[in-house]
Design a binder for this molecule. Structure first.
Ligand code: GAP
Length: 511
């Protein structure tokens, strides 16, 4: 595709055209940064959720699930630190009247230096060809080293300023770096201010008696407040984990980039409770395990990288992001955080209830430490969808749009077509669907020439098409066409299910 911006536009329009994602309440001109998942989108989302859930809950004997409510006692958010510290540093440009996250402005500026370094690497790669040694080049080339040192210094200064809550220092840094507003091009900035991201709501019938509540900004706290309930009823022993998927809400000020940053989104989180002192071992374990999960989907290992946090959240003693190469560059897809005993201790203090574990091996009580893995389901959707959307030039010079979704995640697994709309072929095709529908989401299509129907399914991401023709009436065989290779095979009707099942084996994908 032409360039990243074009590709991203294509991703957004393809998602709408093929029934994956619509803007929320579009007939009223939509609601900014809120989206609806359409007939195919809801299936892809469900399949990603299931792939995550099975890899966490079914693959680990010591991890169990939970589905806590979105509304929680308001003290939860005081204890977790969200009331006091869940805010973004915002800055306005006085000329364009646009509002930005001050840290994002600086990070984007720093990323430009990385892009310059990458350009040097690409140039050198071209110059030296096969003999190019990237590791040696990046550690000896003065320009690359210079760009990267400058970037690191910028980010570290920002981290220190944010850590010290020195908002005028953050503004001074923006001015010193000469950062301009992307819209007006001016450096006419307001002061930097903190803005809390939680959505408030009310519980109760009348304004006077109603209690102020928050829509949860992360699912994790539902796990912490249930830690002892699950531990006792599940007779769990440390180390053990609790996994949960569900909606979270943040009043994002700079909501942009389609479903990358939304106001209502879904998280897939797992809190792993460990012995104090063992958290770094588990932090490394979960870093590797989660990266392996991502790699298993075949989107290309070069599209992932770790980014260790410069500025740690108030609850963490180590944190990293798994970043993915979205059409707009490498951005956070998942966070892995060593959250210490901050949350359990804070809930103990605010609730007055003990949240400790008696370790039978050590014969002592302690507050467990926690390692968390937290991934945005919508971001994962965007990663899979944008990476899968490809435009290919075929041997005959024609082009085809193909959505190469991993088969295990594809919304529709099999499309069944009668070659023509008569001679009993539609009836036979529908009979085949009657049998397959117990195991797969199957789609029937009889409109247009079969080639056109194949192309529609390619663009829809359907891994298999089955065509019923006159020979099927005679020998009960069909043509099965593979989306990625466009290869066609003649197989017995009774073999369709087995062939498709092979390509959807969770064991094969995950291993
Ligand atoms: N419990 C830890 C936590 O919530 P986070 O880094 O704020 O950590 C975790 O969020 C993940 O949730 C992110 O890596 C991202 O994938 C997703 N996420 C966060 N804010 C989001 C938003 N506004 N829209 C979509 N996804 C979001």
């Amino acid at each position: 595709m032409a360039n990243n911006e074009d590709q991203f536009k294509k991703v957004i329009s393809h998602a709408k055209e093929y029934g994956y994602i619509f803007g929320s309440s579009e007939i009223y001109d939509g609601l900014s940064a809120v989206y609806d998942y359409a007939q195919n989108g809801v299936e892809l989302k469900k399949n990603i959720r299931e792939y995550w859930w099975k890899s966490m809950v079914y693959m680990h004997q010591n991890i169990v699930g939970l589905d806590a409510a979105i509304l929680m006692h308001p003290k939860t958010w005081k204890a977790s630190g969200h009331v006091d510290a869940f805010s973004d540093p915002l800055i306005d440009n006085k000329d364009s009247k646009k509002r930005y996250r001050a840290d994002v402005l600086i990070e984007d500026h720093a990323e430009k230096l990385e892009n310059k370094a990458q350009k040097e690497i690409t140039k050198a790669k071209k110059r030296f060809g096969d003999s190019f040694n990237e590791t040696e080049f990046v550690t000896t080339n003065t320009r690359v080293i210079g760009y990267r040192e400058k970037k690191a210094e910028m980010l570290s200064t920002m981290a220190h300023l944010l850590e010290a809550e020195d908002l005028s220092g953050v503004k001074a840094l923006i001015e010193e770096l000469g950062i301009v507003c992307p819209v007006s091009g001016s450096k006419n900035w307001t002061d930097v201010k903190q803005f809390n991201l939680m959505f408030g709501t009310k519980l109760g019938a009348s304004a006077e008696t109603a209690t102020d509540l928050y829509l949860r900004p992360e699912t994790a706290q539902g796990i912490f407040v249930n830690f002892l309930n699950v531990q006792k009823t599940g007779r769990m022993r440390i180390p053990f984990g609790i996994a949960q998927t569900g909606k979270a809400f943040r009043n994002e000020i700079v909501a942009r980039q389609f479903i990358f940053r939304m106001r209502e989104f879904e998280q897939m989180e797992m809190q792993f409770f460990v012995r104090p002192g063992q958290e770094m071992k588990w932090y490394d374990y979960w870093k590797q395990t989660r990266l392996k999960w991502h790699h298993s989907l075949g989107l290309g290992p070069e599209n992932y990288r770790f980014h260790d946090h410069e500025k740690l959240a108030h609850y963490a003693n180590a944190a990293t992001d798994i970043e993915f190469k979205f059409p707009f560059g490498f951005k956070e897809l998942e966070g892995i955080h060593s959250r210490t005993d901050f949350d359990l201790k804070a809930h103990e203090a605010h609730s007055g209830k003990k949240l400790q574990f008696f370790d039978p091996e050590l014969k002592e009580n302690y507050t467990p430490y926690v390692v968390e893995t937290s991934i945005g389901l919508d971001r994962m959707f965007l990663a899979v969808f944008s990476n899968s959307l490809q435009e290919e030039t075929l041997q005959d010079g024609s082009t085809r749009t193909v959505l190469r979704l991993p088969a295990i995640l594809a919304p529709v697994k099999i499309a069944v077509f009668p070659l023509i709309k008569r001679d009993g072929l539609p009836e036979l095709a529908k009979q085949i669907i009657e049998d397959l529908k117990w195991d797969y989401n199957v789609f029937y299509d009889e409109k247009d020439a079969v080639g056109k129907r194949y192309r529609r399914q390619d663009a829809n991401g359907t891994p298999f098409c089955v065509t019923v023709d006159h020979q099927t009436l005679e020998d009960k065989t069909v043509t099965i066409r593979h989306r990625d290779t466009m290869e066609q095979q003649r197989i017995a009707i009774s073999d369709i299910s087995g062939l498709v099942a092979k390509s959807l084996s969770m064991k094969d994908w995950l291993q």
